[in-house]
Design a protein around this ligand. Structure first.
Ligand SMILES: Cc1ncc(COP(=O)(O)O)c(C=O)c1O
Length: 362
């Protein structure tokens, strides 16, 4: 089976983890600090805080920005659950807006229509590895004095006009889950240029301590381990080559997929898409529907996935926030999208095989 997602680690990660185990410093040690310096410098921000997962990164960021009950946070309806659950975990209200059918990213019109006196922040998601219209969204936020938080969980190394994602908003939040463009096992990260936000996040992820055993606020244990950081340091050195290979495979699919009605993802000029996922739309013009195509490919040993089958405003747990919400594009996409394997373990032979199977699906 060609899997839809899998990490690419080798002897370098094994050696790095072994070294940490031999050192006895398993939790927060020199590795976490080094990883924080290297990943934030890679993204082009002054501060970087490593933590235990991407959801924690979003949650700690929103708390540090003072988001709480009575506040509204605008975010796309078509994204992973954690983008919205982190808002609810602060006691604030997620406001779901629709996305663009071609890029799958936040629709600027929908965002403008959703702004209200209660809006305190916008979470833009660089979905599937493609930057959203970050300069425009930043401008809209700037005019109103509200925060932009970038959910860059799927977009390590993606750029917009030459600048890395995670460096545009008040903060950028990353995930290092094993199938992401780079991994630390489980892990998360916040990039920011804001001294106070950085300091606050450090406190929040470490039991609210302002100094050892002095707790001046309620916090969490959201810390990253040195084991994770050592994997992250090894992965960061390979990230650009991983992304280059993802982009090359995506290009191969763009040129070689010829199934009538199947629409490849659209890229936006000026930005570098890092293809966390390569997502096609299986439209009504296709002979088979999305689920039938997925089933045929499964029979041929090709793993696919649906990111995401239910838009967030339709999730039962968010129903109380979404009674009046209409996001027709997100709903249509949930029925059409299909992710094909694009991770760096996909070989030349794999992608040839995948294209020939799709082109022959009847
Ligand atoms: C867009 C997005 N946001 C947030 C997260 C949460 O990250 P984690 O799974 O590391 O908690 C993910 C992870 O899949 C994601 O894809």
């Amino acid at each position: 089976m060609i899997p839809i997602g899998t990490p690419l680690t080798d002897e370098q990660e094994i050696a790095a983890v072994s070294e940490v185990l031999r050192s006895g410093m398993l939790a927060q040690g020199p590795g976490v600090e080094m990883f924080e310096k290297e990943f934030s410098s890679y993204c082009g921000t002054r501060h970087g805080i490593a933590m235990n997962n991407g959801t924690a990164a979003l949650h700690a960021t929103l708390l540090a920005l003072g988001i709480g009950p009575g506040d509204e946070v605008i975010l796309p309806a078509f994204t992973f659950f954690a983008t919205a659950s982190s808002v609810c975990m602060c006691g604030a209200k997620p406001v779901f807006v629709d996305v663009d059918r071609e890029t799958f990213n936040l629709s600027i019109d929908a965002l403008q229509n959703a702004l209200s006196a209660g809006t305190r922040a916008v979470i833009g998601v660089h979905l599937f590895g493609q930057p959203f219209e970050v300069n425009t969204v930043k401008e809209i936020c700037g005019e109103r004095g509200i925060h932009l938080v970038e959910d860059a969980a799927q977009a390590h190394g993606a750029t917009c006009h030459g600048r890395k994602v995670g460096s545009f908003g008040t903060a950028g939040c990353f995930s290092f889950y094993p199938t992401k463009n780079m991994t630390t096992g489980e892990g998360g990260f916040v990039t920011t240029d804001d001294d106070q936000v950085s300091q606050k996040i450090r406190q929040i992820i470490n039991h609210g301590q302002s100094e050892k055993y002095l707790h001046t606020m309620l916090g969490f244990n959201y810390r990253m381990t040195d084991i994770g950081a050592s994997i992250g340091l090894a992965q960061l050195r390979k990230l650009d080559s991983f992304n280059a290979r993802r982009r090359e495979t995506a290009q191969y699919y763009n040129s070689n997929l010829r199934y009538p009605g199947l629409i490849p993802p659209r890229t936006v000029p000026g930005s570098v898409h890092v293809y966390h996922q390569y997502v096609v739309r299986v439209t009504e013009e296709c002979r088979l529907n999305r689920d039938q195509v997925a089933m045929k490919l499964k029979d041929k040993g090709i793993g696919t996935a649906v990111h995401y089958p239910i838009p967030l405003h339709r999730q039962p747990v968010f129903s109380k926030y979404a009674r009046q919400t209409h996001c027709p594009v997100s709903e249509a996409l949930a029925k059409e999208v299909l992710s094909l394997p694009v991770h760096p373990r996909v070989t030349d032979a794999d992608r040839e095989y995948i294209c020939s199977c799709i082109n022959e699906v009847t």
